[in-house]
Design a protein around this ligand. Sequence first.
Ligand code: GDP
Ligand code: MG
Length: 307
Amino acid sequence: MTDLNELDFEGYKSGYVALVGKPNVGKSTLLNHYVGQKIAAVSYKPQTTRRRQLGILTTDEAQIIFIDTPGLHTGGYKLSDFINEEARYALMDADLLLFIVDSSQFPDAEDRQLAEEIIQSADHTPKLLVMNKVDLADPNTIDQHQAAYLDLLEFTDAIRITALTAGGRDALLARIIELLPEGPKYYPDGQITATYEREIAEDLIRAAALHHLHDEVPYGVFVQVNDYRLREENLRYIHATLFVERESQKGIVIGKRGSMIKDISTMARQEIEAMSGEKVFLELQVKVEKNWRNNPELLRRYGLSHD
Ligand code: GDP
Ligand code: MG
């Protein structure tokens, strides 16, 4: 086997960049911007991104493979064991770790817990503190916030951005490339994501459901794509099931004369079309599956468990 270190990549940089941060700090927003496609579901609700996702950005200087971690959370459900494990793998794989925080606030218990997780899993990985949502931060307190975040880990460097608009995103990209090791192009040009599109479709359907349901079915929707195939040239047929925990929730998801499921379906279809560039025919079905979040058998069946 050839040692990669002995090869000359003529200054080309490549590697894995883990986006780590608690829910809602803007990880998916940033990833979507760099990768230029809606591959990580962006939502105002936390926990939309449940699986590790890869977005690949290839430039003349570098190939950056972003890992959008699902983020840690502390609920007592079995599903959160999986989420935590996925996040841990992303940390261990990374060449560079971006710790993304909300610069308008001081670190809280969740930030501290994440920092501890990073120390355990990625103590020696190069790290950069990304102070996001600068547009929402008070200029009088942001320095104190930054000092408190820097204190959490042995950061030497911080950068301030507004992921939602253009502010600082180019500067951040330049810093990322600087910090990456030299290496080859691991993926062909133009490859945007290594995640299966059908998994992304699941994420987008779930995001559409959460968007329309507000707080009526809190985290109670689980999506499984059963069928994802080209029916004719440029027409993708997708059949998916939305699982809820209770009969009463099923009624809410379907809505009056099917109005809610229709809204969810329309939004999800548009998002999937934007992601895949294909015309999509989407069929959604709602099923009750009691306690799916605590059912190890169910989690395994849907690929959400590692054992
Ligand atoms: P994630 O859970 O960390 O992936 O966060 P998302 O990317 O889904 O973003 C959560 C919410 O914050 C969304 O409503 C975004 O539009 C919003 N957001 C992301 N970046 C910024 C920012 O720089 N400024 C402001 N004001 N909102 C942002
Ligand atoms: Mg996200």
